[in-house]
Design a binder for this molecule. Structure first.
Ligand SMILES: *Cc1c(COP(=O)(O)O)cnc(C)c1O
Length: 354
């Protein structure tokens, strides 16, 4: 039986997507060739990448609004520098909500002045700072919508006249937002869209071309816009599997549908964390993530017992990030509600036997 997979990333993908992706490895499109041995410029693959682009815009309701969809490599981590390389002339503002934001800030500092408008580092990033002021003389404002490691999520986004740039790696396609408020969204595929190997970038073309520096071709968004993500060989398998996942999501009813399921899942788990005296949540309640729930045992002596129980229950990937410890249940789009129920059952079993 497939495990209940709470892995934070790479993460669970829909079973039917895995099935189709594995078939395409052997025989793609009934052409007696593998997806990964045909030219990326051949008609069958061009059809795939075009469909993936369309699905992204459709699911995010960004059609005909001047956005370009790119499938790049180097992970979200390469976007930490690429955003700054392409957008930062003099000064940018960043909200620091965790490890990923901090890494983005570090890279941006190589290219210009970085104002950290607020940081939740004083409390191990267990909340989202609010009521900060964003300077007006900036090239862009950058934030991280969901903090995968700490289990916090931005429920609203600040108003700014500067372009809004957001790392949505771990919650893109999970909830409805007015995506047209963002000028550049990036996301490593392996959290909620597909396998590792490609990074989604959705960018409003009008914000580009404003920096004075020269940008190497491979790090220039315009290169990939002009060449439709085919300046060099794109990660064909990651793009194909992402396309399948987007298609799966669309057929389910899109973001509107999956958001309801995601809220059901997180509500079920947080209710148990709050009810069960053996557990406590680590993120501030109002900022809790619907994707990654972080929690701890109130009595560390029960660790071995709990770990044995959840492993016996066919659960995978519940360990907290190595930098924070504790537990983290990642409930991405493809995780079924019954997997969360299986975890809740284990938590109740621990209470019962103690
Ligand atoms: C995982 C993650 C990253 C890093 O992604 P890579 O693709 O491994 O570079 C960046 N930001 C967030 C929010 C993440 O969850």
């Amino acid at each position: 039986m497939k495990k209940h997979n709470f892995s934070a990333g790479p993460c669970i993908l829909p079973q039917e997507v895995l099935q189709k992706a594995s078939e395409a490895i052997i025989n793609f499109n009934d052409d007696n060739l593998s997806l990964i041995e045909i030219s990326h410029r051949s008609k069958p693959f061009v059809t795939v990448i075009e469909k993936a682009r369309r699905l992204v815009l459709e699911l995010l309701s960004l059609e005909n609004k001047g956005y370009k969809v790119l499938f790049l490599q180097g992970g979200a981590s390469a976007q930490f520098l690429m955003t700054a390389y392409n957008l930062l002339n003099k000064k940018a503002a960043y909200l620091n909500t965790g490890t990923w934001s901090s890494k983005a800030i570090k890279e941006a500092k190589l290219f210009g002045e970085v104002v950290e408008v607020a940081s939740s580092s004083n409390n191990n990033f267990n909340y989202i700072p609010k009521n900060y002021t964003i300077p007006t003389d900036i090239d862009y404002f950058h934030c991280t919508s969901n903090n995968t490691i700490y289990g916090t999520q931005m429920k609203s986004f600040p108003k700014t006249t500067a372009p809004l740039v957001c790392d949505m790696s771990s919650d893109i396609f999970s909830r409805q937002l007015d995506f047209s408020k963002f000028d550049l969204i990036y996301a490593g595929a392996q959290k909620n869209m597909g396998p590792a190997g490609t990074t989604l970038v959705v960018v409003k073309e009008t914000i580009l071309g404003k920096v004075t520096r020269k940008i190497p071709s491979m790090l220039n968004y315009q290169t990939f816009i002009d060449k439709e993500s085919m300046f060099n060989t794109p990660p064909v398998f990651a793009i194909y599997t992402s396309m399948l996942t987007l298609e799966w999501l669309k057929n389910l009813g899109g973001i509107e549908f999956i958001e309801k399921v995601n809220k059901q899942k997180s509500a079920l788990l947080y209710a148990e964390i709050d009810r069960n005296p053996l557990f406590k949540g680590t993120a501030t309640k109002e900022d809790r993530s619907h994707m990654n729930a972080t929690f701890e045992l109130t009595n560390q002596a029960l660790k071995q017992q709990f770990d044995t129980l959840w492993k016996q229950a066919n659960i995978n990937g519940l360990e907290g990030h190595r930098s924070v410890g504790g537990y983290r249940a990642s409930m991405y789009n493809a995780l079924p509600l019954y997997s969360v129920q299986a975890l809740v059952d284990v938590m109740q079993e621990l209470e019962r036997i103690n």
